[in-house]
Each structure stands twice: as structure tokens, then as C-alpha cells.
Design a protein around this ligand. Structure first.
Ligand SMILES: [Zn+2]
Ligand SMILES: [Zn+2]
Length: 316
């Protein structure tokens, strides 16, 4: 949850006024609009922050003292400053939110026909076998065989890999190239996950050094996922958005009574602003909740938005 909150601040352009670290720590999500932020637990919406003087945590506590985040995270943090307290509070609101995310993860496998292990297993009937990882390991790591060359695909994230070496470990390669896949993430413990990411970072640094040495000859690794989308015009944007509305995650949000216009707007904002897909399904869900809450709570009435500047003038 905290990671998702951090990612909403990826395009926060008010770093000089107030740091995103402060905002994140105070429990806020960024709305991608001016300096407007929102707390999803108490629906407090704040904007027009005063440079250098406003303390987001203080503002949150003062304006919304009964907010679960304020009570269970901010207050607890004040009592025991020595230990790090993250979002794993036992508060009911937080807990039920987390359950909802898990449900969405279950419902949004990219290739639902291959959710069952036995289905993935039988896809490997024509697997070439020699000098390749074992079928068992591939299946356990979430892959099914496409029937072509050595190309396998993850039933969950749709990530595909090929050109296997006999010593490759499918689980490790899955994490290495598709670190955001929730399926593979839950297969390995935090320690292993961290190690794989670390080794990938070192490997990438080496690749970059090699590229510089080869005098700017940027040959892309065939396995590399291209993360930035090219969106030259609005036409391309709407094609991209339309394709994403067909994704299982968009459909499952529709089934959860999010309006199509809300889901569509979230995709548009994300692609236009960040030229990139949502890092996880959870990020899209949160984006929809943030937008929906702004619609519900602002409802065209400016007085529902708290401008901290205005508050300060009143105080003094
Ligand atoms: Zn709050
Ligand atoms: Zn995957």
C-alpha cells in the first residue's frame, strides 16, 4: 500500500514547496492535479500548500483527528519513535482494503485458462526438453508453453521469456524480468526477492558500462521489457486506452461499480502524464478510488477542498 502511495507521487512537481517524502509519510496520495493530495481513509482533500511552513502530518492530524491513519499510524509513530511503523496496522479499515486488493489479484490473471497447474503442465507436451529447464520448474514458476521455439508465457502477468539456458532457474528469471508480477512475487520470500533485484541492478550497471565502452552501441537485450510507451498524438493515446479498457483488471473494476468514465480517465491520465502502464493492478484500483473520491467529495463545491493557505490566514 505504501509503495502504491509513493508511486502516485512520481510526477509531483512541488518538491521545492513540500517534499513528497513528507506527504507520503503523512498518509497522503497525490491526485495528479496541482498540489492536491487526498487521504483515502478519511477523504480529506488538501491543496495550495504554503511553502516551507505547512507540516502535512500536522495538517492531517488537526483537520481529521479521527482518521484511522492519523490514529493508528501517526499517533503510534509519535509514541514510539524508535521503531519503524509501517502500514501493517490491525485497523479494520486498512485490513478490509487489503482484502479487496487480494480479491482483485485473484480475478485478474491475464490467461485464466492456465491458472491451474495441470493446464500449464499439459501445454508442455511438445517442449523440446534438451538443455532446457525442467517442465516442473517452469510450471511452478507460472509459465505455460506457447508451442513455438522456447517461448513461455506467465499465465498471470503475460510476461514472456525465451532462449533458456539449461542452468536458468525459471522462478529467478521470472522475478528478474517481471518483478511486478504479483504471482511470482508471492512465490518467493522477501529475502530472495531482494537478492534477485540486487543482482539485476548489478547486471544492468555492467550492461550500461559495456554499452558506453562500445561507444554508444545500444543493442537492446531481447528480454528487456520496454517500459516507456511512445504516444505521439491523441489518436494513439485513445487506441492505447481502448486496449487497456479490455484488460481483465479494467473489467473487474467495472464489475465493482466503478464508472467506465472513471476507469477511462485514470488510464488517460496515467498514459498522458507518465507514458507508462500502472505498475500493478493495485495502482489502477487506487487511481480509480482517488478520482472517485474527488468526484464524490468535491462535487463541484470548492468549500469541500481544504486550502491550507486559507487556513493559515485564518489562524494568524
Ligand atoms: Zn486521513
Ligand atoms: Zn508473471
Amino acid at each position: 500500500m505504501k509503495e502504491v502511495r509513493c508511486r502516485t507521487f512520481s510526477h509531483w512537481s512541488h518538491q521545492k514547496v513540500l517534499s513528497r517524502t513528507q506527504m507520503i509519510s503523512a498518509g497522503f496520495f497525490y491526485c495528479n492535479f496541482g498540489d492536491r493530495v487526498i487521504c483515502l481513509y478519511c477523504n480529506l482533500i488538501c491543496q495550495q500548500w504554503t511553502p516551507h511552513t505547512d507540516d502535512p502530518e500536522e495538517v492531517h492530524q488537526t483537520l481529521s483527528s479521527l482518521c484511522p491513519y492519523v490514529l493508528f499510524i501517526l499517533k503510534t509513530r509519535q509514541i514510539s519513535t524508535a521503531s519503524i511503523i509501517n502500514d501493517s496496522s490491525n485497523n479494520r479499515t486498512l485490513k478490509s482494503n487489503r482484502l479487496r486488493f487480494n480479491e482483485i489479484v485473484q480475478a485478474s490473471a491475464f490467461h485464466r485458462a492456465y491458472v491451474e497447474i495441470s493446464k500449464r503442465q499439459s501445454s508442455f507436451n511438445s517442449w523440446p526438453q534438451e538443455d532446457l529447464p525442467s517442465v516442473d520448474d517452469l510450471v511452478r514458476a507460472g509459465f505455460f508453453y506457447t508451442g513455438s521455439k522456447t517461448i513461455v508465457i506467465c499465465f498471470y502477468c503475460n510476461g514472456s521469456l525465451q532462449n533458456w539456458g539449461s542452468k536458468d532457474n525459471p522462478l529467478i528469471e521470472h522475478v528478474r524480468w517481471f518483478p511486478l508480477c504479483p504471482y511470482v512475487k508471492q512465490l518467493c520470500d522477501d529475502e530472495l526477492y531482494r537478492k534477485i533485484q540486487e543482482s539485476k541492478r548489478i547486471h544492468q550497471e555492467r550492461v550500461e558500462i559495456n554499452q558506453i565502452e562500445r561507444n554508444g552501441n545500444f543493442s537492446n537485450d531481447h528480454r528487456m521489457k520496454n517500459s516507456q510507451l511512445m504516444i505521439p498524438d491523441e489518436n494513439t493515446l485513445s487506441r492505447f486506452v481502448a486496449a487497456r479498457l479490455d484488460l481483465p483488471i479494467s473489467q473487474s473494476l467495472l464489475n465493482r461499480n466503478f464508472k467506465l468514465s472513471v476507469i477511462k480517465r485514470c488510464w488517460e491520465d496515467q498514459l498522458r502524464l507518465k507514458q507508462n502502464d500502472f505498475a500493478t493492478d493495485c495502482d489502477l484500483l487506487i487511481a480509480c478510488i482517488i478520482l472517485q473520491k474527488q468526484i464524490d467529495h468535491i462535487n463541484g463545491r470548492q468549500e469541500n477542498i481544504i486550502c491550507t493557505e486559507y487556513q493559515d490566514e485564518n489562524d494568524s
